[in-house]
Design a protein around this ligand. Structure first.
Ligand code: SF4
Ligand code: SF4
Length: 478
């Protein structure tokens, strides 16, 4: 095989990486990945280097016939000398304003906990004047606002038949009477409108008494519990209003809910600054009987609880340890749903969708504040520059258009990112916290962590046989 190292072939848009001890090559246009040998990885890096010298220097490290074989392999995979722009970019759709599918009702801004990373309400002195806190002193959403919110959702959902209504807070179960009343109203309106509304809420778990659990189960209300792990971690991050740890307060209710819905209650963990052991947290929560665990870093407006650069690196290492456990779990038939990775295991195994946005916030997803104002999601409530209209006057087209038009293809920081159609552009609020606007993503933390999770997911798939990928990708269970 002849090899001319003076003529460097043109490399298509690919991403080569080593993760979990495997070398993987991701072809961005086709969104397919291959496990490759270290020499292929090295050749790809040399082809991608800005300076052609790195490619010529390969001759000093590898035999020419091995290099020729690698180039033949890459050519066969279709990643050399391919015309650009990539088909994926050419196929980007024209963004159009979406019909509304999900509405968050901010039923209260009050809470019985004082989590140290909370971006929301807290009546500590001085907090009321902080610029972007949505909470002032606790008070519930008026019934009229909630009722009009339901009417709005049903009316603004156009042709969508399956909708979502989320009770959010603060701690939403502080307003259980309002939730009961809204639920009855929704069920009543569902029949007349011909639509189905999936109800859900996110709770800190401390108010799950028997009556609350019975109500949630009887009314098929999805319930995610925010819990940070074993007692020492939970109590360090999430104190009660009078300064005690909250683990003992939530355990009976959490056990009650899990007993009513075994294996179907999701746990949502916030990892804040300080010592943390994610694999131990995952083990603990799965041991309690949660059906899935999702971990989010404390970033942006979380004050001293925000993760430092070193802690982000540590979080990546710990995520890799969970990834190794996931691979082992398939082989021992004890699969669990660590959603940070399992969602990307699914998304990279069989590509069903190319994301153009990370989430529906501001497009098909809105939050309704207690004063009747709309915001992109709960994290924006109270930020005047992101207010998207109100119940009285309807949605404002111009501010909403910003969310619609900022696709990954149109967003400067994302358009050349290899992960764009798996990530979709990251959380808008992380971008705002990092740079004060929607246009630029949070490269320091958000981008770094999401790309790392995607790499881990592809490496997990590479480590598994096709049948085992399917098991992990479709039916996580413990
Ligand atoms: S990882 Fe960052 S740069 Fe890449 S698409 Fe996501 S938000 Fe954009
Ligand atoms: S903007 Fe961020 S917090 Fe809001 S819905 Fe999207 S991902 Fe969630």
């Amino acid at each position: 095989m002849s090899l001319d190292l003076a003529a460097r072939p043109q490399l298509a848009e690919v991403h080569a990486f080593e993760r979990l001890g495997r070398h993987v090559l991701f072809d961005v246009a086709s969104m397919t990945f291959y496990e490759v040998s270290p020499i292929v990885h090295h050749v790809v890096e040399a082809l991608a280097a800005p300076d052609a010298r790195a490619f010529r220097e390969l001759a000093g490290r590898y035999r020419r016939r091995d290099l020729a074989a690698v180039l033949a392999e890459l050519r066969q995979a279709g990643v050399l000398d391919r015309p650009s722009p990539s088909p994926a970019r050419a196929a980007a759709p024209r963004p159009r304003p979406a019909q509304i599918r999900t509405l968050e009702l901010m039923v209260t801004h009050g809470c019985n906990l004082r989590c140290r990373y909370c971006y929301g309400a807290d009546p500590r002195p001085g907090w009321e004047s902080a610029p972007h806190l949505f909470g002032s002193r606790a008070s519930a959403m008026p019934w009229e606002v909630a009722k009009l919110g339901v009417d709005f959702l049903l009316g603004a959902s156009g042709s969508h038949r399956n909708l979502g209504l989320v009770f959010f807070g603060g701690e939403p179960l502080l307003e259980l009477p309002l939730i009961r009343r809204v639920t009855a109203y929704v069920r009543d309106r569902e029949a007349a409108s011909g639509k189905r509304v999936q109800l859900s809420l996110s709770t800190n778990g401390t108010l799950l008494d028997a009556a609350a659990v019975d109500f949630l189960v009887a009314n098929r209300i999805g319930c995610q519990v925010s819990i940070d792990g074993p007692a020492p971690v939970q109590d360090a991050n999430r104190a009660t209003a009078d300064g005690r740890g909250s683990y003992a307060a939530l355990l009976p209710g959490v056990r009650r809910l899990i007993a009513a819905r075994p294996g179907r209650v999701p746990a949502r963990v916030t990892v804040a600054s300080g010592p943390v052991d994610v694999p131990a947290i995952v083990d603990h929560l799965l041991g309690l009987g949660f059906g899935s665990v999702h971990v989010e870093p404390a970033l942006g407006g979380c004050g001293a609880a925000r993760l430092s650069d070193d802690e982000i690196v540590a979080l990546e290492r710990q995520t890799e340890a969970v990834a190794e456990k996931l691979v082992g779990s398939v082989l021992s038939d004890r699969i669990f749903d660590f959603t940070n990775l399992v969602r990307f295991v699914r998304a990279t195994r069989v590509v069903e969708e190319r994301l153009h946005h990370h989430c529906g916030a501001g497009r098909g997803y809105l939050a309704l504040a207690r004063d009747g104002s709309f915001y992109p999601c709960h994290r924006f409530v109270g930020m005047a520059e992101y207010r998207l209209g109100d119940l009285a006057h309807g949605l404002a087209a111009a501010p909403r258009r910003r969310f619609t038009e900022l696709t990954v293809g149109a967003r400067p920081g994302c358009s050349a990112c290899w992960a764009r159609h798996l990530c979709g552009g990251g959380c808008w609020k992380h971008a705002v916290d990092a740079h004060g606007g929607l246009e630029r993503p949070d490269e320091r933390a958000s981008c770094r962590l999401i790309r790392h999770q995607i790499e881990c997911a592809m490496s997990i798939n590479a480590a598994l046989a096709v049948d085992d990928q399917a098991i992990l990708g479709s039916a996580a269970r413990t």
